[in-house]
Write a protein that binds this ligand. Structure first.
Ligand code: FAD
Ligand code: SF4
Length: 484
């Protein structure tokens, strides 16, 4: 490898920086933070790729996007060809180019990264996907002839969308049932506009409709129909209902006005368009001082959304140190640039009432870190006598989520784990019920867009085998091989 790097003395050691909106300006609007590469910048970044013989980046990608091949097409200025190459493996390139944690996946193993900054694979993926969309060119999707089999997909997040696209390409008749009024799952209701514009998600989902996939919104499975009823009309069902059930801390004062779960806060902003006031008069409290509890991507999205909605002060309260923050480093960096405050090593113990049923402050304790817990991260313990208060008007809980319970609980004989997630094979998505498959966050717990897509793809392949008669023992739903 070192030889490969040496043979290209002109390789630019640093990544081409991503143009971004000014931090002060962007804190006042919901426009996208990262502006995207120009053609010149994209070409310069693509030239940093060595075109490795056995590219480790591809193995680092959960859906094995042909990274080397698409970057070589970019080097030849064939951007549409590059977009088509990515689409062989990914239904959502403009989404993944924006929100995938590439630093922990493909870019982590990029050969150039051993000596210099790794190639900015995500930014290049975003560039070609945007280039294709803006050029108005629609890549041709190879569709198999109809098998006459019908598949129902429950949930339109990344796992459901990927499974739907792959199954449609294989010639099956696919219908998606989505509880909300817009398809896209967390991509639409959770991740804010300034990180992932909704028009981009909508355009990638339009690709599904072009492939003949029917999308039924406002269709809550478990209420409108059960999965058992769907099995009467369809030959197979894929469940990709996600992990959107909010978790609270169980501390005093959580029922006060002004306390939100991150999901509720983000859904009101994104899906119910609170960001478009006064055009949309969505019920949400804005302004004042906002405290967000948690340190993951969801916490960063919530605190940066609160800032943009007009918070006087917006802070993160996290019980561990900066080192343990689970959010992407880029998001933390952006939050700091925008003036978000970070109260680290701080654990909330009580939310305080203003006497009229609204939040007035949050009482916390300082924490110290001791030996690692089961998660491998150092465990925080409170420092005795360190209680103090942070004055605030809004508290947002972003400490994690649980399985959406409606489908697991309303489907007969579906095996669940102790935490209510569906037991399904990691390789095929097969559940304890023949013909019913599952994948994404409803199986793994909260994870990432690309892992959910990978699960949707594996399940689509298994459903295809099941439908065309290449059924193996595991797909028949014997439940011997499920993982949680
Ligand atoms: P989801 O995206 O949760 O979709 C499930 C869908 O099923 C939803 O549309 C839901 O309405 C629908 N549904 C639920 N119950 C029913 C029912 N009974 N009937 C019909 N439909 C139903 N990951 C990253 O990789 N990068 C990020 O930057 C990132 N940021 C995130 C920010 C936030 C705020 C959140 C909440 C998550 C973030 N994630 C991120 C995680 C990622 O979005 C999820 O792992 C991924 O969306 C899971 O996909 P899924 O298909 O399993 O489920
Ligand atoms: Fe090699 Fe990195 Fe290019 Fe992949 S992106 S082919 S690992 S140089």
């Amino acid at each position: 490898m070192a030889d490969e790097v040496k043979k290209r003395p002109k390789i630019i050691p640093k990544q081409i920086p991503m143009p971004e909106q000014d931090p002060i300006e962007r804190g006042k609007n919901f426009n996208e933070v990262a502006l995207g590469f120009t053609e010149e910048q994209a070409l310069a970044e693509a030239q940093r790729c060595l075109g490795c013989l056995k590219p480790p980046c591809v193995r680092g990608c959960p859906v094995e996007v042909p990274i080397k091949d698409f970057i070589i097409l970019m080097q030849e200025k064939d951007f549409i060809g590059a977009a088509n190459k990515i689409k062989e493996k990914s239904m959502l390139p403009a989404v993944c180019g924006r929100v995938c944690p590439q630093e922990d996946q493909c870019e982590k193993v990029c050969v150039v990264g051993k000596k210099f900054d790794p190639v900015s694979i995500g930014r290049l993926e975003r560039f070609v996907a945007d280039y294709e969309r803006q050029s108005g060119t629609k890549s041709k999707v190879e569709m198999a002839s109809s098998t006459g089999k019908k598949v129902a997909i429950v949930g339109s997040g990344p796992s459901g969308v990927t499974a739907a696209g792959d199954l449609a390409k294989m010639g099956h008749n696919v219908t998606i049932f989505e509880a909300l009024h817009k398809p896209g799952g967390v991509l639409i209701y959770g991740i804010p506009e300034f990180r992932l514009p909704k028009s981009i998600v909508a355009s990638e989902i339009d690709g599904l409709k072009d492939m003949g996939v029917e999308i039924k919104t406002n269709a809550v499975i478990g209420k409108l129909y059960t999965v058992d009823e769907l099995m009467d009309d369809f030959d197979a069902v894929f469940i990709g209902t996600g992990a959107g059930l909010p978790v609270f801390m169980g501390i005093e004062g959580e029922n006060l006005n002004g306390v939100y779960s991150a999901n509720e806060f983000l859904t009101r902003t994104n899906l119910m368009k609170a960001y478009d006031f006064p055009e949309f008069d969505t019920p949400i409290k804005i302004g004042g001082r906002v405290v967000v509890i948690g340190g993951g991507n969801v916490a960063m999205d919530s605190v940066r959304t609160a800032l943009r909605l007009g918070a006087k002060e917006a802070s993160i309260v996290y019980r561990r140190s900066h080192e343990e923050l689970p959010a992407r480093a880029e998001e933390v960096h952006h939050a700091k640039e925008e003036g978000i405050k970070f109260e680290m090593l701080t654990g909330p113990i009580k939310i305080i009432d203003n006497g009229e049923g609204w939040v007035k402050a949050i009482e916390c304790m300082r924490m110290e870190l001791v030996e690692p817990d089961d998660s491998g991260r150092r465990r925080p313990i409170p420092i005795e006598g360190s209680e103090f208060q942070i004055d605030c008007d809004i508290v947002i809980m972003a400490i994690g989520t649980n399985a959406n319970p409606l489908v697991p609980q309303s489907t007969s004989d579906l095996e669940l784990n102790k935490r209510g997630y569906i037991l399904a094979s990691e390789e095929t998505g097969a559940t304890s019920r023949p013909g019913i498959f599952a994948g994404g966050d409803i199986v793994t717990g909260s994870a990432t867009v690309i892992l959910a897509m990978g699960a949707g793809r594996k399940a689509a392949n298994a459903i295809h085998k099941y439908l065309v008669g290449e059924e193996d023992e595991e797909l028949s739903g014997n439940g011997d091989n499920p993982v949680s």
